[in-house]
Design a protein around this ligand. Structure first.
Ligand SMILES: NC(=O)c1ccc[n+]([C@@H]2O[C@H](COP(=O)([O-])OP(=O)(O)OC[C@H]3O[C@@H](n4cnc5c(N)ncnc54)[C@H](O)[C@@H]3O)[C@@H](O)[C@H]2O)c1
Length: 261
């Protein structure tokens, strides 16, 4: 199937943070192909320019450099998105970091604070400034990026796991706060996605043994393979669309069945 033939997002304005990263880029590509107008946000200017350059030539897209942990930056990207595109229909609140990979007994406190700052404060600030725009229009879909690590414990990434549990808590609470409106808030929980971040986690757990670690991890996934960034993007695009109009407060796993085994 041509991805353009999937659920359409024609004319919808989609703001995506972490757009220069692997999942963010796959998502802006898919959403642009399905007709959305893209506002791509990242703190890494060069990588952001490269990501936006991969979009189809006829895509409507702007990019804004911002740090999601900085409240002025967040207020700024939301204001500029509305000034440039007129509104925000979809918000993929996705920027995140894995932080250090180490057991709790060796985990540096600075890294703990940094992971919470990006993964939790960043997601919170994004909702704080995007929600008023959506509530004013009485429509919109927010998708926060959590992780299967937000639904289970995981050695070496306890802090990352705690941060993603927090994203799920923020998502559920925000979903209740918008009761009675046409604004929906959900999160996506990717499993082991073939990506730089997963390689970094495998390398941190077992230095020099990435391949063996991956093979062992795949044995616990019913789909018997890692996921693709495009497969996360597909679920995000569904949650963003009107097809998901009765989906609110949900945590959608995209993990090949990992959580069931
Ligand atoms: N890759 C996986 O296997 C996986 C699995 C589960 C969840 N996730 C989550 O998916 C999201 C995207 O991950 P990815 O694999 O694309 O990672 P990535 O490292 O490729 O991309 C993350 C992007 O976020 C940006 N970013 C980081 N801190 C920022 C900040 N303070 N302000 C603005 N931008 C910032 C980075 O510059 C980068 O472009 C993250 O929230 C991650 O935790 C990833």
């Amino acid at each position: 199937m041509d991805v353009r033939d999937g659920i359409r997002l024609d004319g919808k304005v989609a703001v995506v943070t972490g757009a220069a990263g692997e999942i963010g880029t796959a998502t802006i590509q898919l959403m642009a192909l399905r007709g959305a107008r893209i506002v791509a946000i990242d703190r890494n200017q060069d990588a952001l320019a490269k990501a936006v350059a991969t979009l189809p030539a006829n895509a409507e897209a702007i990019s804004l450099v911002a740090d999601v942990t900085n409240e002025d930056d967040v207020e700024g990207y939301v204001r500029k998105a509305v000034e440039a595109a007129g509104t925000i229909d979809i918000f993929f609140n996705n920027a995140g970091i894995e932080g250090e990979i180490a057991p709790i007994t060796h985990y540096p406190i600075e890294s703990f604070r940094r992971v919470l700052d990006v993964n939790v404060v960043g997601v919170f600030l994004g909702m704080k400034y995007v929600l008023p725009v959506m509530l004013k229009n009485n429509t919109g879909s927010i998708i926060n990026t959590a992780s299967v690590a937000g639904l289970m414990g995981s050695p070496g990434v306890a802090v990352y796991s705690a941060s993603k549990h927090a994203v799920i808590g923020l998502t559920k609470s925000a979903a209740i706060e918008v009761t009675g409106t046409n604004v929906r808030i959900n999160c996506v929980c990717p499993g082991l996605i073939d990506s730089r971040m997963l390689s970094s986690i495998f390398e941190g757990r077992n230095p020099g043994k990435q391949q063996a670690t991956a093979t062992k991890a795949i044995e616990r996934i019913p789909a018997r393979r890692l996921g693709l960034t495009s497969e996360v993007a597909s679920v995000v695009a569904f949650l963003a669309s009107d097809e998901a109009r009765y989906v609110c407060g949900a945590s959608y796993t995209v993990d090949g069945g990992r959580l069931t085994s």
